[in-house]
Design a protein around this ligand. Structure first.
Ligand SMILES: Nc1ncnc2c1ncn2[C@@H]1O[C@H](COP(=O)(O)OP(=O)(O)OP(=O)(O)O)[C@@H](O)[C@H]1O
Ligand SMILES: O=P(O)(O)OC[C@H]1O[C@H](OP(=O)(O)OP(=O)(O)O)[C@H](O)[C@@H]1O
Length: 209
């Protein structure tokens, strides 16, 4: 019988998160890494992993079908889900910034900002007292200023390579991002001892890195 269900994001966080579990001594099946299965059991740990889209991890945790999840702080800031943030895992580090074509001003009358983070972008410009039109995209955000869809983008920057290769420059840094361990509030109460034990083992592995 599984004691914990953990929602793991597929994609770039997965590799680092998986390695973090291995370093902390969790006995995980190798198939979690290289199959198309979406639910993978780690019977020796009594843990079940569900493999989800990064943006969906907080949804599974909020609804309690996963007790624990790993999510980027970007996703947590964007969605405001009813989940507790337990631990900064210090993986998938990056930041959110505004960017655009070099030496360009924001259009005075109707500045347009393309992003897949409409809440973060809206809050940022609201705090600056600037009214903007948000254009929501799902990826390849850097295209928007290049083809005249927007004056600015609000997007993730890590190495800066994507901006550079597309002739864009960063204007303002908004917030640092890393992946966080999140937990369902009811699970945290009901399975408190098991979850604390799980977190302690994970922290122990992180400290040895
Ligand atoms: N270039 C990057 N470097 C480091 N971390 C990043 C980078 N881009 C995104 N991240 C972090 O990794 C998380 C997942 O990003 P990833 O690119 O795997 O998925 P996605 O773009 O949200 O979804 P998908 O590509 O599956 O539609 C983000 O929420 C963010 O926290
Ligand atoms: O500073 P860099 O190291 O170049 O990384 C930044 C890029 O990484 C992310 O894109 P992703 O690869 O997730 O593709 P996407 O356009 O589909 O979001 C982000 O949206 C930037 O485009």
């Amino acid at each position: 019988m599984n004691e914990l269900t953990i929602a793991m994001p597929k994609g770039r966080i997965f590799e680092e998160a998986y390695q973090m579990f291995i370093d902390a001594g969790f006995d995980l099946p190798s198939e979690i890494d290289d199959s198309r299965k979406l639910i993978v059991e780690a019977p020796n740990e009594r843990i079940q992993f569900i493999l989800a889209k990064p943006m969906d991890v907080p949804v599974y945790v909020e609804h309690g079908v996963a007790d624990i999840g790993i999510a980027g702080k970007d996703v947590l800031l964007e969605q405001h889900r009813d989940v507790h943030e337990l631990l900064d895992l210090h993986i998938s580090n990056c930041y959110i910034a505004t960017a655009g074509l070099p030496n360009t001003q924001m259009d005075d009358i109707a500045p347009r900002v393309a992003t897949k983070y409409p809440t973060i972008a809206t809050n940022f410009y609201k705090e600056k007292g600037e009214q903007v039109e948000i254009i929501e995209l799902n990826g390849s955000i850097e295209l928007a200023p290049m083809i005249g869809l927007a004056d600015r983008i609000v997007d993730i920057v890590s190495t800066g390579q994507t901006l550079k290769e597309n002739g864009l420059v960063e204007y303002e840094k908004i917030v640092d991002i890393s992946s966080r361990l999140i937990v369902n509030p009811v699970s945290y109460r009901v399975k408190n001892e098991r979850i604390r034990q799980f977190v302690a083992q994970l922290k122990n592995g992180m400290n040895k890195r």
